[in-house]
Ligand binder design. Sequence first.
Ligand code: COI
Length: 373
Amino acid sequence: SLSNAPLDSTKLKIISSTKPSKPKPNDQLVFGNTFTDHMLTIEWEAGKGWGTPEIKPYANLSLDPASCVFHYGFELFEGMKAYRTNDNKITMFRPDMNMKRMNKSAARICLPTFDSDELIKLIGKLIENDKHLVPEGKGYSLYIRPTMIGTTNTLGVSTPDKALLFVINSPVGPYYKTGFKAVKLEATDYATRAWPGGVGDKKLGANYAPCILPQLQAAERGYQQNLWLFGPEKNITEVGTMNAFFVFKDSKTGKKELVTAPLDGTILEGVTRDSILTLARERLDPKEWEINERYYTITEVEERAAKGELVEAFGSGTAAVVSPIKEIGWKGNDIQVPLLPGEQSGQLTKSVANWIADIQYGRETYDNWSRVV
Ligand code: COI
């Protein structure tokens, strides 16, 4: 009867820490450096299924050094956030989207899948348990990091028969110390983030480690992040660890276009990306705007910038939400992206950031996007 037990939130066991920690002042919250008092862990075993979910004091994991996570990269994660709203509720932003993506990532590397709603309930309990550590204020939130690893102890390359799902939570402020500040990018064509048939659309740790060296090299030349290009056409795919959006304005017709790369398997299916497209399609006047998921290249950006048709650019992700772009280095040419006078972004970038923040901080209700914990 125990065989392949589904993930079951009603079995949750809570072992509380004896003394709740004091919240750090907001100005001491460096992204991802502070964690709440508790973690959630759930073990899985082939033939048995999901074990007892446990919320327990945040602590080291103890793993056999032969665990397959250490050797063959059986690791996937999610990034989502919970917000303290104006009326002092705590809400998760679109957690169903993250759970769906997490299951896709798990299936791709032969780790077990699970019932999304059950994990959302368990994460809700984890947040609830440490709710005094969910920060308050503009740009502040609780960053939620669901993670799954393969824990089979063998150097044989095979399907893991044991796995551990854990969730840790980190009170965070703005991703960049500088806050909402436009960044300089270096277009990168000597390294490739993802490729057709690969796993660029899955949130695997293996996609992130190889991004650091090109980013360091860009930083040596004075740029904060990479703009990832793909293929001989030099399609723009992503920026750093975020999805990329560009705004063009046709100088003949005056019509504006919001563009992002299509989900062709090489692009991370960002929740913020989806939220921006959904809101833009609903809120931008179709007589003035086109919203397109299409291929576009660095050459198009360069040529249109020269014609004065490049209007805005920004990155989108859970961590930084919306991150404006002011310059793109490409083959010795620094392509300038206009900003509003005296400001750190263009007009649409600013509107989009406000639309999302209004929903996340509970000033507005949109669909079922905010889930009360
Ligand atoms: C993002 O939100 O852009 C992310 O990919 C999370 C990052 C901290 C890995």
